[in-house]
Design a protein around this ligand. Structure first.
Ligand code: GRF
Length: 211
Protein backbone atom coordinates (compact mmCIF):
# COMPACT_ATOMS: atom_id res chain seq x y z
CA UNK A 1 0.00 0.00 0.00
CA UNK A 2 1.49 3.34 -1.00
CA UNK A 3 1.68 6.17 1.51
CA UNK A 4 -0.88 8.91 0.93
CA UNK A 5 0.43 12.43 0.32
CA UNK A 6 -0.82 14.95 2.87
CA UNK A 7 -2.54 17.80 1.09
CA UNK A 8 -3.84 21.28 1.92
CA UNK A 9 -6.43 22.85 -0.37
CA UNK A 10 -6.29 26.65 -0.68
CA UNK A 11 -9.76 28.05 -1.40
CA UNK A 12 -11.75 31.20 -0.78
CA UNK A 13 -15.04 30.59 -2.56
CA UNK A 14 -17.86 28.10 -2.75
CA UNK A 15 -15.43 25.18 -2.62
CA UNK A 16 -17.09 22.90 -5.17
CA UNK A 17 -13.65 21.69 -6.31
CA UNK A 18 -12.62 21.14 -2.68
CA UNK A 19 -15.77 19.07 -2.16
CA UNK A 20 -15.07 16.83 -5.14
CA UNK A 21 -11.44 16.36 -4.07
CA UNK A 22 -12.27 15.56 -0.45
CA UNK A 23 -15.05 13.16 -1.51
CA UNK A 24 -12.67 11.40 -3.91
CA UNK A 25 -10.07 11.11 -1.14
CA UNK A 26 -12.66 9.65 1.23
CA UNK A 27 -13.93 7.14 -1.34
CA UNK A 28 -10.39 6.08 -2.23
CA UNK A 29 -10.65 7.27 -5.85
CA UNK A 30 -7.96 9.80 -4.99
CA UNK A 31 -4.96 8.44 -3.14
CA UNK A 32 -4.41 11.38 -0.78
CA UNK A 33 -5.19 12.68 2.68
CA UNK A 34 -6.81 16.11 2.67
CA UNK A 35 -5.65 17.47 6.00
CA UNK A 36 -6.52 21.18 5.78
CA UNK A 37 -8.02 24.01 3.88
CA UNK A 38 -6.30 27.37 3.90
CA UNK A 39 -8.52 30.37 3.34
CA UNK A 40 -8.31 34.15 3.55
CA UNK A 41 -12.13 34.32 3.75
CA UNK A 42 -13.32 32.89 7.07
CA UNK A 43 -16.97 33.20 6.00
CA UNK A 44 -16.62 31.42 2.66
CA UNK A 45 -18.83 28.41 1.97
CA UNK A 46 -15.72 26.25 1.63
CA UNK A 47 -15.13 26.63 5.40
CA UNK A 48 -18.53 25.08 6.10
CA UNK A 49 -17.80 22.25 3.67
CA UNK A 50 -14.41 21.60 5.33
CA UNK A 51 -15.92 21.53 8.82
CA UNK A 52 -18.55 19.01 7.68
CA UNK A 53 -15.85 16.87 6.08
CA UNK A 54 -13.73 16.93 9.26
CA UNK A 55 -10.90 18.85 7.58
CA UNK A 56 -8.89 21.42 9.61
CA UNK A 57 -9.44 25.04 8.67
CA UNK A 58 -6.56 27.49 8.59
CA UNK A 59 -8.26 30.88 8.23
CA UNK A 60 -5.81 33.76 8.20
CA UNK A 61 -6.26 37.20 6.72
CA UNK A 62 -3.34 39.08 5.17
CA UNK A 63 -4.49 42.34 6.78
CA UNK A 64 -3.65 40.85 10.20
CA UNK A 65 0.04 40.69 9.22
CA UNK A 66 2.64 43.39 8.54
CA UNK A 67 3.70 41.81 5.22
CA UNK A 68 2.90 39.05 2.75
CA UNK A 69 6.01 37.19 3.94
CA UNK A 70 4.71 37.26 7.54
CA UNK A 71 1.27 36.12 6.38
CA UNK A 72 2.73 33.19 4.47
CA UNK A 73 5.14 32.35 7.32
CA UNK A 74 2.10 31.95 9.61
CA UNK A 75 0.43 29.66 7.05
CA UNK A 76 3.67 27.70 6.70
CA UNK A 77 3.85 27.13 10.47
CA UNK A 78 0.34 25.63 10.42
CA UNK A 79 1.11 23.49 7.36
CA UNK A 80 4.36 22.25 8.89
CA UNK A 81 2.52 21.23 12.07
CA UNK A 82 0.07 19.25 9.94
CA UNK A 83 2.97 17.74 7.93
CA UNK A 84 1.44 18.96 4.65
CA UNK A 85 3.38 17.94 1.51
CA UNK A 86 1.33 19.35 -1.38
CA UNK A 87 -0.72 22.51 -1.91
CA UNK A 88 -3.77 22.36 -4.18
CA UNK A 89 -5.24 25.73 -5.15
CA UNK A 90 -8.94 25.82 -5.99
CA UNK A 91 -10.35 29.31 -6.10
CA UNK A 92 -7.71 30.96 -3.89
CA UNK A 93 -7.62 34.44 -5.34
CA UNK A 94 -4.09 35.47 -4.30
CA UNK A 95 -0.66 35.09 -5.83
CA UNK A 96 1.53 32.66 -3.90
CA UNK A 97 4.67 34.39 -2.61
CA UNK A 98 8.28 33.29 -2.17
CA UNK A 99 7.83 31.86 1.32
CA UNK A 100 5.38 29.17 0.21
CA UNK A 101 6.90 28.76 -3.27
CA UNK A 102 10.27 27.82 -1.82
CA UNK A 103 8.83 25.61 0.92
CA UNK A 104 6.73 23.64 -1.60
CA UNK A 105 8.86 23.76 -4.75
CA UNK A 106 7.22 21.66 -7.53
CA UNK A 107 4.43 20.77 -5.12
CA UNK A 108 1.84 23.51 -5.71
CA UNK A 109 -0.86 23.12 -8.36
CA UNK A 110 -3.76 25.28 -9.46
CA UNK A 111 -6.86 24.92 -11.61
CA UNK A 112 -7.87 27.75 -13.94
CA UNK A 113 -11.09 28.05 -15.98
CA UNK A 114 -9.56 28.72 -19.41
CA UNK A 115 -7.14 27.16 -21.86
CA UNK A 116 -4.02 28.95 -20.66
CA UNK A 117 -2.15 31.00 -21.75
CA UNK A 118 -5.46 32.51 -22.93
CA UNK A 119 -7.46 34.49 -20.38
CA UNK A 120 -5.32 34.38 -17.22
CA UNK A 121 -6.37 36.15 -14.02
CA UNK A 122 -9.80 37.00 -12.73
CA UNK A 123 -13.10 36.31 -14.51
CA UNK A 124 -11.53 34.02 -17.10
CA UNK A 125 -14.92 32.73 -18.31
CA UNK A 126 -16.27 36.29 -18.68
CA UNK A 127 -13.09 37.26 -20.55
CA UNK A 128 -13.56 34.34 -22.95
CA UNK A 129 -17.19 35.23 -23.66
CA UNK A 130 -16.36 38.92 -24.12
CA UNK A 131 -13.67 37.98 -26.64
CA UNK A 132 -16.14 35.81 -28.51
CA UNK A 133 -14.20 32.53 -28.53
CA UNK A 134 -16.18 29.42 -29.41
CA UNK A 135 -14.04 27.07 -27.36
CA UNK A 136 -12.48 27.70 -23.96
CA UNK A 137 -11.61 25.15 -21.29
CA UNK A 138 -9.83 24.19 -18.12
CA UNK A 139 -6.12 24.04 -17.23
CA UNK A 140 -4.34 22.38 -14.33
CA UNK A 141 -0.86 23.83 -13.90
CA UNK A 142 2.06 24.16 -11.51
CA UNK A 143 2.17 27.42 -9.61
CA UNK A 144 5.02 29.88 -9.99
CA UNK A 145 5.36 33.52 -9.00
CA UNK A 146 3.29 34.76 -11.97
CA UNK A 147 -0.44 34.99 -12.57
CA UNK A 148 -1.44 31.57 -14.00
CA UNK A 149 1.96 31.23 -15.72
CA UNK A 150 3.31 27.95 -14.31
CA UNK A 151 3.96 24.85 -16.43
CA UNK A 152 0.84 23.19 -17.75
CA UNK A 153 0.03 19.69 -16.50
CA UNK A 154 -3.33 18.99 -18.17
CA UNK A 155 -6.00 20.76 -20.20
CA UNK A 156 -9.47 20.06 -21.51
CA UNK A 157 -11.48 22.06 -24.03
CA UNK A 158 -15.06 23.17 -23.38
CA UNK A 159 -17.41 24.60 -26.00
CA UNK A 160 -18.88 27.99 -25.14
CA UNK A 161 -22.67 28.06 -24.92
CA UNK A 162 -23.41 31.00 -27.22
CA UNK A 163 -23.28 34.17 -25.15
CA UNK A 164 -24.56 32.37 -22.04
CA UNK A 165 -22.25 32.90 -19.09
CA UNK A 166 -24.16 30.76 -16.63
CA UNK A 167 -24.43 27.71 -18.88
CA UNK A 168 -20.80 28.01 -19.94
CA UNK A 169 -19.77 28.23 -16.27
CA UNK A 170 -21.74 25.08 -15.50
CA UNK A 171 -19.99 23.18 -18.28
CA UNK A 172 -16.60 24.42 -17.15
CA UNK A 173 -17.18 23.51 -13.52
CA UNK A 174 -18.31 19.99 -14.46
CA UNK A 175 -15.09 19.54 -16.46
CA UNK A 176 -13.00 21.03 -13.63
CA UNK A 177 -14.35 18.56 -11.12
CA UNK A 178 -13.44 15.59 -13.29
CA UNK A 179 -10.12 16.88 -14.61
CA UNK A 180 -8.71 18.02 -11.24
CA UNK A 181 -9.28 14.69 -9.50
CA UNK A 182 -7.95 12.72 -12.48
CA UNK A 183 -4.86 14.91 -12.82
CA UNK A 184 -4.05 14.86 -9.11
CA UNK A 185 -4.40 11.10 -9.01
CA UNK A 186 -1.96 10.76 -11.93
CA UNK A 187 0.44 13.21 -10.34
CA UNK A 188 0.52 11.48 -7.00
CA UNK A 189 0.74 7.99 -8.36
CA UNK A 190 3.76 8.93 -10.49
CA UNK A 191 5.69 11.19 -8.12
CA UNK A 192 6.69 14.83 -8.25
CA UNK A 193 7.59 16.39 -11.56
CA UNK A 194 10.72 18.39 -12.14
CA UNK A 195 9.58 21.00 -14.62
CA UNK A 196 12.67 22.39 -16.31
CA UNK A 197 13.10 25.84 -17.83
CA UNK A 198 12.71 24.35 -21.29
CA UNK A 199 9.19 23.32 -20.28
CA UNK A 200 9.98 19.62 -20.33
CA UNK A 201 8.60 17.79 -17.34
CA UNK A 202 10.81 15.00 -15.98
CA UNK A 203 9.56 12.57 -13.40
CA UNK A 204 11.80 12.52 -10.34
CA UNK A 205 10.76 9.02 -9.37
CA UNK A 206 8.10 7.77 -7.01
CA UNK A 207 7.21 10.27 -4.32
CA UNK A 208 5.31 7.92 -2.15
CA UNK A 209 7.00 4.63 -1.56
CA UNK A 210 5.56 1.43 -0.26
CA UNK A 211 5.27 1.44 3.48
C1 GRF B 1 -12.90 27.53 -10.26
O1 GRF B 1 -13.54 27.94 -11.44
C2 GRF B 1 -11.41 27.50 -10.45
O2 GRF B 1 -11.03 27.18 -11.75
C3 GRF B 1 -11.03 28.92 -10.14
O3 GRF B 1 -11.87 29.29 -9.07
C4 GRF B 1 -13.08 28.56 -9.15
C5 GRF B 1 -13.32 27.91 -7.82
O4 GRF B 1 -14.60 27.33 -7.76
N1 GRF B 1 -9.61 29.03 -9.84
P1 GRF B 1 -15.05 26.51 -6.49
O5 GRF B 1 -14.92 27.42 -5.27
O6 GRF B 1 -14.19 25.30 -6.38
O7 GRF B 1 -16.49 26.16 -6.74
Amino acid sequence: MKRKPKVAVFASGSGSNFQVIVDAAHSGELHAEIVAIVTDKPLALVVERATKAGVSVVALQPKEFPSKADYEAAILTELTNLEVEWLVLAGYMRLIGNTLLSAFANRIVNIHPSLLPAFPGKDAIGQALAYGVKVTGVTVHYVDAGMDTGSIISQQAVEVVDGDLEKTEQRIHAVEHELYTKTLQQLWSRGPLDVGHEGVAKFLGPAFCDE
